[in-house]
Ligand binder design. Structure first.
Ligand code: ADP
Length: 422
């Protein structure tokens, strides 16, 4: 499974996990709200019991309504009942609020034979889920009626009421979760678009360089034919064409190689190879070139064999790129050294020059793709900032390391370390 899908799955698991944890917290919150509600009800019930146990304006009004005695009040029986329901309800509401309960409720007052005396106006339908709290009254009212009297409080939709109490927690957590999901989706989308752009650009460069190879090849053949036909005095011109064509070919090859290793994600390097003969070849070729182009080259290759797992073509290109740079970023008559040795674990290839050096601030960036140090007066040095990026990629693919030490105007030392085959 690719890393991309692994991350997507991890993300989904994390979001589901977070939602589950939130849900559990939410349930705990609901339970706590329920416990709190019960405690508040118990307190309110004891207040109600106490207040209704004595004779006072309210209990007297209620007593008159249930005994249907309207002599003390100038009211019809129906109005008396309505008034007592109204005032009892008012009292209950206030007592509940004082005890922290704002949920809507209904009440009914009945005796132990289930004869109902009073009840709140809007009667309750049976289907409603109700929480019922019967309060057995003491004192004045039951004594007057000589019956056990019960005042029942019924709450419907308590869950909705608890939810409303938890709103301060649930809504923000849902919003934050939503924000996290949105941000991650946005980042993923940008990353995806960016990746697509890189892939398209690589494909484009790849196609373009392939298109360039055919004309380069044709010009090469034509130049060869021309070389044989032109008079001696014009040979110089043909040489210029060949030299420049060679440069162009090497740049196109570099771009192509880079595109190849980028395209091949795995790039398995399972072949066992000996790096030593390649290093010897490179050194002798470079020595010849040094004589022609007026600089010195020394090589010191210690060890009989450097057996590694890898791709010699790419490694040769990488070492040539470093040698090219050593030559490019130095004055004429400079000295370039190649040293190779092994320590039983790794093979080391060092390329030292006495060139212009690299500022400490640039050292980390020179391996980035397209990065070039701007040299003010040395702008004549041509390049695309691809060489060192290619070298680093090749070294990385061989599970190796590349290091650079440099001092401005003194020179640079590039060290490649590649693990030997055990
Ligand atoms: P290019 O040479 O095409 O610019 P490279 O990736 O090979 O690209 O190098 C990146 C930069 O690192 C160069 O622009 C140069 O400034 C610096 N650099 C590389 N090698 C050397 C060196 N041997 N000495 C000094 N500077 C170097």
């Amino acid at each position: 499974m690719s890393k991309k899908y692994l991350y997507i799955i991890l993300f989904i698991i994390a979001i589901l996990g977070l939602s589950f944890v939130q849900y559990q917290y939410f349930r705990i919150g609901l339970n706590l709200a329920g416990v709190q509600f019960n405690e508040n009800i118990a307190e309110a019930a004891s207040d109600i019991k106490e207040d209704l146990s004595v004779k006072n304006e309210l209990t007297f009004l209620v007593a008159s309504a249930i005994t249907e005695d309207n002599l003390s009040f100038n009211l019809s029986l129906d109005s008396l009942k309505d008034a007592s329901v109204y005032f009892l309800d008012d009292y209950l509401k206030e007592t509940l609020v004082q005890n922290g309960i704002k949920a809507s409720y209904k009440f009914s007052l009945y005796n132990d034979a289930s004869v109902s005396y009073l009840q709140s106006k809007d009667t309750v339908t049976k289907e409603e889920k109700l929480l019922s709290y019967p309060i057995v009254l003491e004192g004045y009212l039951p004594e007057l009626m000589d019956k056990k009297m019960i005042l029942e409080l019924r709450f419907n939709n308590v869950n909705r009421y608890f939810l409303s109490q938890l709103n301060g927690l649930t809504i923000p957590s849902i919003i934050f979760l939503f924000i996290i999901i949105m941000v991650i989706l946005w980042v993923y989308r940008s990353f995806y678009l960016q990746n697509n752009l890189i892939l398209t650009t690589n494909e484009f460069i790849n196609n373009l360089t392939h298109e360039l190879k055919t004309p380069i090849f044709s010009i090469g053949v034509a130049t060869k034919i021309l070389e044989e036909k032109v008079p001696a005095k014009d040979k110089e011109l043909v040489n210029i064409i060949r030299g420049q064509l060679e440069k162009l070919r090497s740049q196109v090859d570099k771009v192509l190689e880079l595109a190849t290793i980028e395209g091949k994600k795995g790039f398995v390097l399972s072949e066992e190879v000996d790096l030593k003969p390649s290093l010897v070849d490179i050194s002798s070729e470079f020595k010849k070139l040094a004589e022609l182009e007026n600089y010195s080259f020394e090589s010191d290759i210690v060890g009989s064999r450097f057996i590694i797992k890898g791709d010699l073509n790419h490694l040769r290109n990488a070492i040539n790129s470093l040698l090219d740079n050593a030559k490019k970023y130095a004055e004429v008559n400079t000295l370039i050294k190649l040293r190779a040795f092994e320590d039983g674990k790794d093979v080391f290839v060092e390329i030292a020059d006495q060139g212009i050096g690299i500022e400490p601030g640039d050292l980390k960036k020179i391996f980035d793709k397209y990065y070039r140090v701007s040299h003010g007066d040395l702008h004549v040095v041509k390049g695309y900032g691809l060489g060192l990026n290619y070298v680093k990629r090749i070294v990385d693919l061989h599970k190796g390391k590349i290091e650079v030490n440099s001092e401005v105007n003194k020179g640079s030392l590039f060290t490649i370390k590649i693990p030997l085959k055990k």
